[in-house]
Structures are given as C-alpha cells and as structure tokens.
Design a protein around this ligand. Structure first.
Ligand code: FAD
Length: 362
C-alpha cells in the first residue's frame, strides 16, 4: 500500500507531494485534468510563497514585483515589501514547474484520473480503487473530498466571484496594482515581459470581465487595443467553510481546506505553508498537529481578509484608508512585511494607532 494518495494535482497537492517524497514517503497524485493546468487566479506569489517554493526546489519563471499599489478615487498608496519581493507567474508556468519537480523526486503522477468517492483506506476513481495509508484532499475550492468526508461547512453568506484575463503587452509597472471600483476590485499583475494579467473580484450577482472593466476607466484606457493572451476564466462563490481539516487518516490542504477570499492575494502562500505543516504531521503520525498548525497559519490572513472585505463594502472608509496608507508609506511597507510573514506582527507597533488616527482624521 502507498503511504500517501493525494486527490488534486494543483499547487497545494503537488507541493505536498514533493515535500512528502523529500521526506521519504511513497506518493501518488491523481488529477482529473492534464498539465499544464490553468485556473482563475491573480497570479501574484507573495514573498513567502516564493521562499516556500524555493525550499522544495521549485523556481518558476515569472516577473518580480516590488510591492503593492492601491488606486482609489484619485488616491494612490504604494507599499514596498521590506525584504524580498513577490513574483508574478502564469498559472500554467507555476504548474509546469511543480510538475517537473514532482517527476524529478519520483512522485507517481496520474493525470486524467477523476476521484468519485471515498472508501475507508482509499479513493474510488473512474479507473478503479486506489488505496493508501494517508489520503489528502487537495481538490480545490469546491472540494468533493471535503463533502464525501462530511467536512464541508457550506458557502458563506456573502457571494463573491473572480474572473481573470491576460493581455499581450509589456507591463507598465513592477508593482501588483489594485484598482478599487464601484462594487469590484481589479488586481493587475505583471506575469511575463510581454504579458499582463488582470483578475477582478466582486460581490453580488455574476458579471463579466468587459462589464467590470468598463467601471474602471483608468485601467480600461491602459489596456485598450492590447490583444488578448488568454480565454477568460472565472470561479466562485469564493467563501467555502470547513468543519475540520482532518478526519481519521484523511486531511484537506489548500483551497479544499476552506477558503475565505482572494482579496489579499495570498491563497498560494497559505497553501504552501499548509503543505509543509501537513507533511510534518504525517511524518509524526499525528494529524491533530496539522489542525493546530492550520489554525495558526490562517489566523493572520483571515484577520486581514476580514478587514479588507469590510473596507470593500464601505467605499468612503476605504478611500480614507488608501489616503492614510499613502501618507504613511513606511507603515504600509511594514504591513506588507507582516502580511508576507517576513516581519512579526509586533513590528507594526504604534503604527497601528497612527493609522487608526489618520483613518479618523484624513
Ligand atoms: C480570482 C482569484 C484570484 C486569486 N489571486 C491570487 C493571487 O494573486 N495570489 C495567490 O497567492 N492566490 C490567489 N488566489 C488563490 C489561489 O488561486 C488558490 O488559493 C490556489 O489555486 C489553491 O490551489 P489548490 O491546489 O488548493 O487548488 P486548485 O488550484 O484549484 O487545484 C485543485 C486541483 O484538483 C483537481 N480536482 C478537482 N476535483 C477533482 C476530482 N474529483 N478528481 C481529481 N482531481 C480533481 C483539479 O483539476 C485541480 O487541478 C486567487 C483566487 C482567485 C479565485
């Protein structure tokens, strides 16, 4: 019997597989799709995600970005990452880099195999039953493994969606730019010397990319006339709750282990931290340890996501927040460092009070 069977060969599943192989475990990954797998994503890897990938020998090709720039009603706030920067990477490029490394370390990769149900020590697939000592559900936002295991907590009340498109053009910035608009926000990520990705997030009813772009004239002008470099891809609702991240010999990782929102652009970093914690717990034979680590890993991102979502729903307060950050670039950089886990939260210090004061006064 194999040590580990992973359902889902996206970033979370493949990073877990590579780490588990490096720890000496026998690993099989199944995925219903075939590489390179594309997905709706803003494609900005935060600095800690880049570091986690490097640890397992994965160095995808992409374009570095130095920080985040917010645009809201004429106000512009710019924060630099205090240490290493982030990386804009096409999903297909990231996937290919993970697949190559997984092959190199000897992961048994089975593409075009769909999981259809769970058994006590195995997974039913459209090509027969596969067994293993440990089962990992890494099958994304709408995880079926989570549902089959009875761990699904349902979607949240606030319905949020995402859609992305690529434009064949030279990037105009080495920042990830975030444009706040009426009821939506756009994330602009330089992903290659000749390609820029734009991902929209919004609340409420389903919308399409062109309608969302219309609501941001500054951004629409930027990309006007540029040829399209990809087909639109969308997803949602984003919020997916989970009752627990493990049960018996089964664990969930990445989006399958619950998802809040893409508004802070760190889903990949979180998935990579989780994969490291999961392999440590499996090696120790104690999935309870993974559950505790999962809570720790997600505490700060959940707090940040909740705060930014609250601003998303209050445009006037949000515009004030952008002006406050614009007036405090060093503080904005420290916030980014904390967000990317390169600075401890205590480094915000009195800055938090200053920011609160500015929010009231600006
Ligand atoms: C609009 C948007 C923008 C985002 N922007 C960013 C960003 O800028 N930076 C960032 O870090 N994160 C971002 N994220 C989050 C990030 O995309 C996810 O957190 C990340 O993709 C999670 O990876 P995963 O491996 O858990 O899931 P996925 O990438 O979804 O992989 C799941 C895999 O499981 C397979 N699968 C599913 N069901 C089955 C089955 N029954 N049998 C076999 N295989 C199956 C699928 O084919 C897929 O390959 C964004 C998300 C959205 C929606």
């Amino acid at each position: 019997m194999n040590d580990l069977l992973i359902v889902g060969g996206g970033p979370a599943g493949l990073a877990t597989a590579i780490r588990a192989r490096l720890a000496g475990l026998g690993v099989t990954v199944i995925d219903r799709a075939r590489p390179p797998i594309d997905k709706a994503c803003g494609e900005g890897l935060m600095p800690d995600a880049v570091a986690r990938l490097r640890e397992i020998g994965v160095v995808p090709r992409g374009l570095p970005f130095r920080g985040i720039r917010y645009f809201d009603r004429g106000a512009v706030a710019e924060g630099l990452f205090p240490d290493a920067g982030g990386l804009g990477v096409r999903r297909t490029e990231l996937h290919q880099a993970l697949v190559c490394r997984a092959e190199e370390v000897g992961v048994d990769l089975r593409w075009g195999v769909k999981a259809e149900g769970l058994q006590e020590d195995g997974v039913e697939t459209d090509q027969g039953v596969l067994t293993a000592r440990w089962i990992v559900g890494a099958d994304g936002l709408r995880s079926r493994v989570r549902q089959w295991a009875g761990l699904d907590g349902g979607a949240g009340p606030l319905l949020r969606y995402g859609v992305r498109r690529h434009f064949a053009m030279a990037p105009w910035s080495d920042f990830v730019e975030v444009y706040w608009g009426p009821g939506c926000e756009a994330y602009v990520t330089p992903v290659a010397p000749d390609q820029v990705g734009i991902a929209f997030l919004w609340s409420g009813r389903k919308a399409d990319f062109d309608a969302l772009l219309e609501s941001l004239p500054e951004l629409r002008t930027r990309v006007a006339g540029a040829p399209l470099a990809s087909r639109d891809r969308g997803t949602g609702p984003l919020r997916q709750r989970v009752r627990a991240v493990h049960k018996g010999n089964l664990a969930l990782v990445g989006d399958a282990a619950g998802y809040f929102d893409a508004i802070t652009g760190e889903g990949l970093a979180v998935a990579l931290h989780e994969s490291a914690a999961l392999v440590e717990a499996i090696v120790a034979g104690d999935l309870g340890r993974y559950a505790r680590a999962h809570r720790r890993i997600n505490r700060l991102p959940d707090l940040m996501t909740g705060l930014v979502l609250a601003l998303e729903r209050r445009p006037r307060l949000r515009a004030r927040a952008v002006r406050a950050l614009a007036a405090e670039p060093a503080l904005f950089s420290r916030l980014l460092g904390i967000h990317a886990r390169t600075l401890p939260p205590r480094r915000l210090g009195l800055g938090a009070l200053r920011l609160a004061w500015r929010l009231m006064a600006v």
